[in-house]
Write a protein that binds this ligand. Structure first.
Ligand code: GDP
Ligand code: ZN
Length: 461
């Protein structure tokens, strides 16, 4: 495909001191040649591909030096977009970077739309749709683990699995075809039925597995909504502060996130915690007394993780027991705080009430036990499931919806077989699941859907 040459500022992850002006398209190298001067006077059109060159960006009209730069030249097709790509690495501030961008724009490039680089990669067949979406997730990824997940998807794990499932369905459909073409052979029909059921069940199971990972994927991207509860003075605010101070707070400059709810993001060993409505927690110190057990249950029900704080220096009170009762069946960790003071709490009693939940003792005042708490949070979340790098994670709302629909179509097919409906009706359901899975990797999408997806990307990606 032939496109015009686009350009945009593409700041690398982590907001380093370097900003990149990226160009993609047939004219990318020629355009940069108009504004770039290397000390050796060498032209970029003569340099080998995938090389980096030092020089200056010069305004061709005034002859003025705008910026000292390193320019990477990458020729098609081994580039992200499969087009010629030039990256101008600037280390000056935003103002000079903008001037460099302006210069390439006045010399023949067009300003890229948000996500247009990735869109080209998709349209040029470099990546499929789920990989493109993974790039979008990558841009938004808030923690290392979320980033690895996005990377894994980008490598095409999900695509590979989806392709395999589609292949299974396709083969099954081919067998069904045989049955429709030769209905007089009874044994073919017999075989087809049995194979249909087996294949459909297998595909359903694989889709279910993928869907099971989706909850974790969502949490990794959005943060584990976490509520700290406990009676007044047990150390809730202290706990919040040490979690925020011990761990790098996660920057939340993601477009579209609500700003009205006060949330603190912290990254605890790769688990993103969204400490929900922390201001609210400060005000509702006495969550049970103030809003009653029933209402507080409601608040707690919406949390993914509850940190229940008790006082080591006091006997377990009625309210403590009520709190322990209220969080039954939820994911919670008991924190027995103030171990620097004499023990008055009966830990055996706590153990009995907290069943098999982790109980961590801390002295937040002396900064003790915080490591144990972090360990507990991380193992609660990662034990046995997310940590293994082989799993394929589904983290995208659109994927989840399509997988759910595909699963439904498979189930319809299975029901149909059970009820003995004509096999060509079953075939329709199977075809539908095949199409739905195809939409995940972009095999059957409409232009408008593509545009909508890519418009969500940040500029310059
Ligand atoms: P909250 O009311 O549950 O939010 O409790 P705070 O975090 O405000 O703490 C109540 C009081 O307990 C403050 O004076 C803290 O300094 C103190 N405190 C918190 N953690 C500890 C601890 O581990 N040991 C001791 N001795 N005091 C603590
Ligand atoms: Zn407090």
């Amino acid at each position: 495909m032939d496109f015009d040459t686009i350009a945009a500022i593409s700041t690398p992850m982590g907001e380093g001191a370097i900003a990149i002006v990226r160009l993609s398209g047939n004219e990318a190298i020629n355009i940069v040649d108009k504004v770039f001067k290397s000390p050796s006077q060498k032209k970029l059109r003569d340099v080998p591909t995938h090389t980096i060159h030092y020089g200056n960006i010069i305004d061709p009209e005034s002859g003025q030096v705008v910026e000292e730069v390193m320019v990477s030249v990458m020729r098609a097709p081994k580039t992200f977009t499969r087009e010629d790509v030039v990256e101008i690495n600037c280390h000056g501030g935003l103002v000079t970077v903008n001037r460099v961008l302006q210069l390439v724009l006045t010399n023949g490039a067009r300003l890229a739309e948000p996500g247009e680089f990735t869109k080209r990669a998709f349209l040029n067949g470099r990546i499929d749709l789920s990989q493109a979406e993974a790039v979008m997730d990558l841009i938004r990824a808030k923690t290392d683990r979320a980033m690895n997940m996005a990377l894994g998807q980008m490598e095409g794990r999900l695509s590979k699995l989806i392709k395999r499932l589609r292949q299974e369905i396709l083969e099954t459909l081919a067998h069904v075809e045989v049955n429709i073409d030769y209905p007089e052979y009874d044994d073919v029909e017999e075989m087809t039925h049995q194979m249909l059921v087996e294949k459909a069940q297998y595909v359903r199971k694989e889709i279910e597995k993928l869907l099971q990972t989706s909850q974790q994927g969502k949490i990794l991207r959005e943060g584990l909504s976490t509520v700290i509860i406990g009676r007044p003075n047990v150390g809730k605010s202290s706990l919040l502060n040490s979690l925020v101070h011990e761990n790098k707070a996660i920057v939340t400059d993601i477009p579209g996130t609500t700003r009205d709810v006060i949330e603190e993001y912290v990254n605890v060993r790769g688990v993103p915690l969204r400490l929900v409505d922390t201001a609210g927690i400060r005000e509702t110190e006495d969550i049970v007394e103030r809003i009653g057990v029933e209402r507080s249950r409601q608040v707690l029900k919406e949390a993914d993780l509850i940190l229940l704080v008790l006082n080591y220096n006091e006997q377990l009170s009625k309210e403590d027991e009520q709190l322990l009762e209220a969080v039954k069946g939820m994911d919670y960790i008991v924190i027995v705080n103030k171990t620097d003071l004499p023990q008055k709490i009966n830990l055996e009693q706590v153990k009995k009430l907290a069943k098999d939940r982790p109980i961590i003792t801390t002295s937040l005042k002396e900064e003790k036990g915080i490591d144990d708490l972090e360990e507990a949070i991380s193992s609660l979340f990662f034990e046995g499931n997310v940590q293994s790098g082989d799993l394929t994670y589904v983290s995208n709302t659109r994927h989840i919806s399509l997988l759910t629909q595909a699963k439904k179509a498979i189930e319809d097919a299975l029901d149909g077989i059970k009820q003995g409906v004509p096999i060509d009706i079953v075939q329709i359901d199977l075809t539908r699941s095949w199409e739905l899975l195809g939409e995940i990797i972009g095999d059957a999408v409409h232009e408008s859907l593509i545009d909508q997806l890519f418009s969500q990307f940040c500029l310059g990606k």
